[in-house]
Design a binder for this molecule. Sequence first.
Ligand code: 4AD
Length: 572
Amino acid sequence: MASTIYIDEDVGRDDDSATGTETAPYKSLLHAMIKHASDGPTYQTRKSETGPVDGNGDPASRLEWKPASKSALKKVSNLYEQHKKKQAKASELAIRENAEAAKRQQTLEDAKKVVLEEDKSLPAPVSIRLDDADSTKIKLGSADSPGTRVQVSGYVHHLRSQKDVIFITLKDGYGHMQVVLSGNLIKTYAAMTLTLETSMTIRGELKALPPKAHAPLDRELHADFYTVIGAAIGDKEAITNKVQQDGDAQTLLDNRHLVLRGDTASAVMIVRDAVDFAFRQTFRELRMRFVTPPAMVQTQVEGGATLFEFDYYGEKAYLTQSSQLYLETCLASLGDVYTISPSFRAEKSLTRRHLSEYTHIEGELNFITFDGLLTHLEHVICRVIELTLADPIIAAHIKSLNPDFKPPSRPFKRMRYTDAIDWLVEHSIPNEDGEPHKFGDDIAEAAERKMTDMLNVPIFLTHFPVEIKAFYMPKDAADPRVTESVDMLMPGVGEIVGGSMRIYDYDELLAGYKREGIDPKPYYWYTDQRRYGATPHGGYGLGLERFLAWMCGRWTVRECALYPRFAYRCTP
Ligand code: 4AD
């Protein structure tokens, strides 16, 4: 029997709380039709709150139900027909999608039954790394001669699936290799669900690339057998969803372990390894000895403001800011020395060139003059660059990271602090108070960077005023207002080296402690060097991450540390 359905446009509801009765009316005619049109009801409507009042001003007429007007019924019937069509389309699509999902599920179930068997009649494979191109053990196959059968292990770096073939770019930390899977090899469950970063071992024939094709080392591996070692998680957790090239900085830092899987971050780390090694080789060529000073100390080197303090069995101790003082104690018995060790600075300011923990390359030279120290530094920097670029793989990484990189030409520009002050004044670059620079100002990071970028060459900035430098720096005999000190500045980064001669006169050192308000007691071992055969000596410290930021053209030193540590970040 045809029923009556009620619609109140003011207080009705188009949700499950309404049923279309007088006491629980709907809000819209369309909703009422969607719910009841198939029963062929009649529709009664009203506007109980905003509807018309009668001639006496009595609102009672608002409460009267009236049949829905013909025009309203016609208009809403059209809308209702459209709605029905949309519904039909959606359910058709859902059926199709469900069928496809079921089919894919079935295909995957079938794929689980496909088991790859290695063809034992094939030659035993030669194990190689992905960059191995040793022609004495590997021959590339061509149209008329077979290539070497090899075995490689690595991670899926890129993946391209076509109808009959899957192309994989495998990486292993040494190089990349294009791998082609086809035939039965792509019918397994593992192949059908292959994800980036999955680790696998693959065997097959190495062949020369077809003409016009591009792949690393112009070759590709035609697989005949593989095993998946560890499938990488996919879907929402896939690496490409976790880290994206231009992703949010905090997310990238939280996922640094995954960022390191990428080409850019790993290239910087590969260059870092080469640069570290080049420093060691250069120092060895100079007959400097490697030492490992302690990281836990009870003295400061570069001012109390940046010390990390900790409790050492009830005593106050610090993480070292610099190994310099310890290196100085080695000169008498070991000759010139160096270290490559972590230094720590509690730097609360978040700049792009400050880390809380960085790798400090420090050298200390005996029986040297200030000029000799600068010449040595220039040699070390140039030799390290020369050795680094001599490796074609490293040179290629640097080229891709920093296409404009050019080794600096010698001699480096030398500029006294007073000349830098004049230069900054001439170029209207103000000091931190917004005033013209004057003698005695610490040249701030921004001004230093501006000057270095404008001069666009490496600079030895020398002879800083006594007041802005450390307690151990000797005064220049020709101008006692300044010290025999040097900062080496590089375009794009600013200061990468800080060095100086060291006071070797006992009384002068005590005066240095006093000037800086340092209690000489904990420094007794350092002071003793001035009592047991003092010598003129000097040295320097270079921040490896800053050197790399310059060489690899990175925006910040954070990209040049494996797991950067800076204010408030100690994870992962
Ligand atoms: O100029 P600094 O403070 O000099 C010294 O520590 C001397 N005692 C070194 C020595 O003569 N043996 O630091 C030396 C270099 C800087 O030029 C910079 O490259 C790097 O260490 N450095 C930092 N790198 C990253 N983050 C920081 N917070 C750094 N502080 C210094």
